[in-house]
Unconditional design. Structure first.
Length: 88
């Protein structure tokens, strides 16, 4: 099962690279690498916080993980100005 997941992920990565290379020839669109990096950092902060939560199990854990994760991501994204929109 793990081999199938790895090969699927690898094939998607190859397809992504091919699409990027071929589409740059047709239409060169700017990629906001700094905003993508800030969103990735906010996601990493959220994941670290959710992983520290106790494993309660069931619906309670789902609600706790989703709630804490959403709040932490929103706070980190605002603090990092992840979308590139300054609040003031």
């Amino acid at each position: 099962m793990a081999g199938a997941a790895i090969s699927t992920a690898a094939s998607f990565a190859i397809g992504l690279i091919a699409c990027l290379l071929l589409s740059r020839r047709a239409i060169a669109l700017p990629v906001p690498w700094d905003a993508l990096a800030r969103c990735g950092l906010a996601s990493a902060v959220m994941a670290a916080m959710v992983l520290m939560l106790p494993p309660l199990g069931g619906l309670v854990e789902l609600i706790l993980d989703a709630g804490v994760g959403g709040l932490v991501y929103a706070g980190a994204a605002l603090a990092l100005n992840a979308a590139g929109f300054a609040m003031c």
